[in-house]
Ligand binder design. Structure first.
Ligand SMILES: Cc1cc2nc3c(=O)[nH]c(=O)nc-3n(C[C@H](O)[C@H](O)[C@H](O)COP(=O)(O)O)c2cc1C
Length: 371
């Protein structure tokens, strides 16, 4: 019988599904609701010492829908970190842990580039009994204007320095949350692990502009006629997230085999989760999926992951964690493997660029696709 229970950084997770930092973890009440529905863990909406600096705008989301089905597959937000007072959060951390001792509560924290501020936030959070910390080095909008969030996460030297401050004070495991808005995500990841973090999580949202309203000629989301690029999430980003998780996992396997990875980005099903675990994730996080479908999707996600494991005779998450990394190679190696074999099996498939025909481009493109 497979089990979804897993131990990560010494913490016992009833299942690998974590509510990611965002609206579904914006206060103690909704975190409790998530645990009642069966989520194994939650990362709270990112907290800071002085919430009076956090002022949100409305609207702050814009969505991308499929033309026919109207299904939402892309989501932009220009939401800031938590606007709730730090003292209120400390009370709620205690209350949530009192009520749900068997679940994992992770405090997401962000501060300005000051040692004292980071030490204070670490110490006061961990005194409440939270299980782990996640350092938000990755919010791509609003906070970078104050040199926080992804402005820190894009600079490995700053990541290294802050992680060293944090790890000297932390008594609980520390994960550093990575920004995808960078060419080589493994570089700040390596800095965080070098500085002693137990794990990485990623990805946060990808900087985007959802679109321009062709009646008003204003970009969306529009606030009093103006906009700002925001963070892109939901199923559209899953392939990019999967690639970035793969790059982090490859680096970690070589250089930090004892550290852990939490995969995030467009995960909405147990089969999505299985793919992140196959590429090296220990746990997976979900934010926009909960905003689209509600907390009860956890039941379907657990069932789907369980069925996947049963089909392949995997007993535990560790049995297949990282299994598919071995099948990633170079393009030159693909060419070498293909040479001399009977490909393509479809005799009508394009093999050279001279084969493309102007009136068959759609059909020819279909024939070259693997799915
Ligand atoms: C509305 C919204 C607010 C978010 N707020 C935070 C935040 O406060 N801290 C943080 O680390 N990530 C935040 N995120 C990023 C998510 O935790 C997650 O990394 C990202 O959305 C990708 O996952 P998803 O496709 O499952 O949403 C937010 C995302 C959304 C959509």
């Amino acid at each position: 019988m497979p089990t979804l229970a897993t131990t990560v950084n010494g913490l016992k997770f009833p299942n690998p599904f974590i509510i990611a930092s965002g609206p579904p973890s914006a206060n103690g009440k909704v975190i409790s609701k998530a645990f009642d529905e069966g989520w194994g863990a939650a990362v709270c909406k990112t907290v800071s010492l002085d919430a009076s600096k956090i002022v949100n705008v409305t609207p702050r989301y814009a969505r991308l829908r499929a033309n026919q089905s109207r299904e939402v597959y892309g989501w932009e937000n220009i939401e800031l970190i938590s606007d709730r007072s730090f003292d209120l959060w400390l009370d709620e951390f205690k209350a949530v842990k009192d009520k749900h001792a068997d679940r994992i509560l992770i405090a997401s924290i962000m501060e300005e580039y000051t040692k004292d501020a980071w030490l204070e936030i670490v110490e006061r959070c961990q005194d409440t009994g939270i299980d782990a910390l996640e350092l938000n080095f990755s919010c791509p909008h609003g906070l970078p204007e104050r040199k926080m969030g992804s402005a820190m996460g894009q600079d490995p030297e700053i990541v290294d320095e802050i992680c060293r401050w944090v790890n000297r004070a932390a008594k609980v495991p520390v994960w550093a949350k990575m920004t995808p808005n960078i060419t080589h995500i493994a570089e700040p990841g390596r800095a965080a692990l070098d500085a002693g973090c137990e794990g990485l999580s990623g990805i946060n949202t990808i900087l985007c502009v959802m679109g321009i309203n062709l009646d008003t000629l204003r970009p969306e989301p529009t606030v009093k006629g103006y906009s700002v690029p925001g963070g892109y999430s939901s199923t559209a980003i899953r392939p990019i997230a999967l690639r970035m998780v793969m790059e982090l996992a490859q680096m970690m396997r070589q250089e930090f085999p004892d550290r852990t990875l939490s995969g995030i980005g467009g995960i909405e099903s147990g089969t999505d989760a299985a793919q992140f675990i196959l590429f090296g994730a220990d746990t997976v996080q979900v934010c926009t999926g909960v905003m689209k479908h509600g907390y009860p999707i956890i039941q379907r996600m657990c069932d789907e992951l369980y069925s996947f494991m049963a089909k392949h005779n995997f007993e535990t998450i560790d049995d297949f964690k990282g299994h598919s990394l071995r099948f990633v190679t170079t393009h030159a190696d693909l060419v070498r493997r293909q040479t001399g074999t009977q490909t393509p099996t479809d005799s009508k498939a394009v093999t050279q660029d001279t084969d493309w025909k102007g009136d068959e481009v759609v059909e020819q493109s279909d024939r070259l696709a693997s799915n």
